[in-house]
Design a protein around this ligand. Sequence first.
Ligand code: SF4
Length: 156
Amino acid sequence: MQGKPTKCEGCPLFDRGRGFVFPDDSSKPTSLVVIGSGVTETDVELNQNFHSQCPSGKRTRYQLEQAGFDLETVRFANVIGCWLPKGTTKDGRAWGNDVPTVEAMGSCWRRWLQPWLGELNPRFLVASGNAARRFLLGPQIGERYNGTINRLERMP
Ligand code: SF4
């Protein structure tokens, strides 16, 4: 599990969030950007966003391939780059995925996603999961927007 870069210092999740996964390499040709609602335990352990050994990563990658995307040109990231456990077992093991606050997502956005997206300047961006969708499209966005295509007039 990778430690947090100094750029994370001052974030409200600096102590609580576990590990860190950088957004994908922005220097490679990109057809699509996928932003998820938070990295998982598997992601931080294996140091990859949407890792195929995690059910959500496996499903997302499979669906993209079925839709005809070359995964080599898809860049993945998450609204927060550290794993936010939901709780701790009696023997002290962290488990689950908690929902990040808007404040925490904003903190991660300014430090990591905003400059990363500025470099990529993608035409198409998939917001995967409730937290990512609500953060990127606005809190008024409900589940009826699942699977829809929306024009993003401006970034958060
Ligand atoms: S939420 Fe983002 S900025 Fe904050 S500690 Fe986690 S990875 Fe770093």
